[in-house]
Design a protein around this ligand. Structure first.
Ligand SMILES: NC(=O)C1=CN([C@@H]2O[C@H](COP(=O)(O)OP(=O)(O)OC[C@H]3O[C@@H](n4cnc5c(N)ncnc54)[C@H](OP(=O)(O)O)[C@@H]3O)[C@@H](O)[C@H]2O)C=CC1
Ligand SMILES: CC(C)(CO)C(=O)C(=O)O
Length: 311
């Protein structure tokens, strides 16, 4: 399959390491040194047992005219989705499928401005990947990729099956989900509970569960999410929601959340699309979400500090 991945960061490179050996794959990124390094040295994946594997992958600058693709996978941060799609419209033909496995809410809407909604696949990735510098990443957590149509209809279900089998051929575990919207809510809760807290504490993902003070806070955050999800039409048992967060903490214990990696690299985070979405939906539905509101403010305060040195 002819596949392009937008964003050659931690996750784009991880999925490229699976897909490039089997498919005609190109990575597109906006950072030239990253593109050059991948073209000269390939991408290097470090596994949990510290073994290193090198993969040859083609990379080009975002916007390069590499022709119409059968599948475009979006792996830029949510705040860059619209721009990445706009820059790369030349990859989109009448049958191109666009898939987002990004975290946070709103990516499908941004993508839907460039592609009919029947051709958009949404989903979640249970992998965790930590960037270790140009062209190198640590694969700190492994798990299934859950996908489903953004707008269920016969043609979109065919597309989902086609993409699932192409990804499975590459060794990825794919679950086609009937209720993908519920899965997206569940992943949002995981990100709400883990990402901002571990960014504030500058800690590994496992610490959120192993440290009783952080786990207490995490439970409060997730309980707020469960109430907002319920008002939004997705019902979760709070115990089950927390068990899922706990299992992510255990599975990715030695990894770092993508938001913490943003803090380390002084990049604007996805906070408004994660805890920010729960806080504003809570306001809309009249549900109090003080923990999620507080996290949004604290992360924005950290972002402000990137640009200060001394006063
Ligand atoms: N890391 C993880 O473990 C997980 C991450 N996710 C989600 O996956 C998505 C990607 O995360 P992650 O890989 O960690 O992020 P990274 O920041 O590591 O990678 C994103 C890449 O996209 C590049 N980029 C920015 N703008 C454009 C553009 N217009 N065109 C092409 N490339 C662009 C960035 O370049 P530059 O650095 O120059 O901005 C960067 O190299 C996020 O939504 C995240 O929440 C989901 C599950 C796990
Ligand atoms: C669930 C978690 C924390 C694990 O990768 C994640 O999705 C992220 O890092 O953004």
């Amino acid at each position: 399959m002819k596949i392009a991945i937008l964003g050659a960061g931690a996750m784009g490179s991880l999925y490229a390491s699976y897909l490039a050996p089997i498919h005609d794959l190109t990575l597109l990124d906006s950072y030239k040194p990253q593109v050059d390094k991948i073209n000269s040295d390939g991408i290097i994946k470090i596994e949990k047992d510290r073994s290193e594997i090198r993969f040859s992958v083609k990379a080009v600058l975002s916007g390069a005219p590499i022709g119409i693709q059968e599948l475009v996978i979006v792996f830029v941060k949510g705040i860059h989705t619209y721009d990445a799609m706009k820059e790369n419209m030349s990859l989109l033909g009448p049958d191109t499928i666009v898939m987002t496995l990004q975290n946070g809410a709103g990516n499908n809407r941004d993508i839907g401005q460039f592609v009919p909604k029947e051709r958009v696949i949404v989903g979640t990735s249970s992998h965790n990947s930590v960037s270790m510098g140009l062209g190198k990443f640590y694969h700190s957590g492994c798990g299934p990729t859950n996908i489903g149509p953004d707008f269920p209809c016969d043609s979109s279900l065919n597309d989902v099956n086609k993409v699932a089998s192409a990804l499975e051929q590459s060794g990825l575990t794919i679950n086609i989900m009937e209720d993908i919207q519920k899965v997206l809510w569940q992943k949002l809760m995981v990100n709400c509970g883990i990402n901002a807290l571990s960014t504030l504490m500058q800690c590994q993902i496992g610490e959120i569960y192993y440290n009783p003070f952080l786990w207490d806070l995490c439970q409060k955050i997730v309980h707020e999410c469960v109430k907002v999800a319920e008002a939004d039409g997705s019902i979760f048992d709070p115990k089950v929601a927390l068990q899922i967060v706990q299992s992510v903490c255990e599975n990715d214990a030695e990894g770092y959340a993508s938001m913490y990696q943003d803090r380390q690299n002084k990049r604007i985070t996805e906070i408004d699309r994660i805890n920010g979405v729960v806080a504003s939906l809570g306001d809309e539905y009249g549900i109090s979400t003080p923990c999620n509101h507080m996290l949004v403010t604290q992360i924005h305060a950290i972002e402000q500090m990137y640009f200060h040195t001394e006063r």
